[in-house]
Write a protein that binds this ligand. Structure first.
Ligand code: PRP
Length: 219
């Protein structure tokens, strides 16, 4: 398995509970996802490289400090990844934000790229793929491939929920990409047998369709 960091922080677990609750309306869902992303980014950046600096305090005493030495790129996967951007920018206001549009074909569950606004060359040292859901892992693996072809060396995936199937798929294709999530759930839904069954490839217990929950859309 790739390096998987499941948060055990009580605040993360509490906010995840709100996201799972179908009674949570889109406005609250967006707010909670923003705050949750900040907490997950805090944990995901604990190993960032820093350089030493010296500062003179109001007491005219010198103190040793640090500055973060890595330029950060945030890569939200449209559409649901948009819900994580503000929370990540709160920690890294100077980060560059580059959008990749991927949707999952409902029949094949394979990712389809429909938007890519990356500049010619990366100007960042580390990229954080932002997507609430790591389900089959197809979208995350495709995004990591795009970023590597673009020339980024260090990539982390930050999401809300992951299924074991998705973690395995991402690991098979990108063993170097670490995963940071609020929780690793049980499994994915199988292909539906009856009209009342949910569609295939949804995370269980999950939180439903993250994009629809964020933006108030859906069937
Ligand atoms: C969801 C989710 C991920 C993808 C995860 O997006 O936000 O991008 O599915 O599935 P995977 O791990 O099996 O690839 P969706 O295709 O529903 O698009 P949306 O964000 O536009 O709603």
């Amino acid at each position: 398995m790739p390096e998987v960091h499941e948060s055990h922080h009580p605040l993360v677990k509490e906010q995840l509970t709100l996201l799972r609750d179908p009674a949570t309306p889109p406005a609250t869902f967006r707010d909670v996802m923003r705050r949750l992303t900040g907490l997950l980014m805090y944990e995901a950046t604990a190993d960032m490289r820093v350089r030493p600096v010296t500062v003179t305090t109001p007491l005219r005493a010198e103190a040793q400090g640090v500055r973060v030495a890595e330029r950060v790129g945030l890569i939200p996967i449209l559409r649901a990844g948009l819900g994580m951007v503000d929370g990540a920018l709160a920690l890294f206001p100077e980060a560059e934000v580059w959008h990749i549009g991927l949707y999952r074909d409902e029949e094949t569950l394979r990712p389809v790229t429909y938007y890519n606004k990356l500049p010619q060359r990366p100007r960042v040292d580390i990229c954080f793929i932002l997507d609430p859901m790591l389900a089959t892992g197809g979208s995350a693996a495709a995004a990591a491939s795009i970023l590597k072809a673009w020339g980024v060396g260090r990539i982390k995936f930050v999401g809300i929920l992951a299924a074991p199937e998705g973690i395995r798929h991402l690991h098979d294709h990108h063993p170097d990409v670490t995963v940071h999530v609020a929780h690793v759930d049980r499994h994915l839904t199988p292909p539906p047998q009856g009209a009342d069954d949910p569609p295939a490839g949804f995370i269980v217990p999950g939180l439903g369709d993250a994009g629809d929950r964020l933006f108030g859309t859906g069937p």
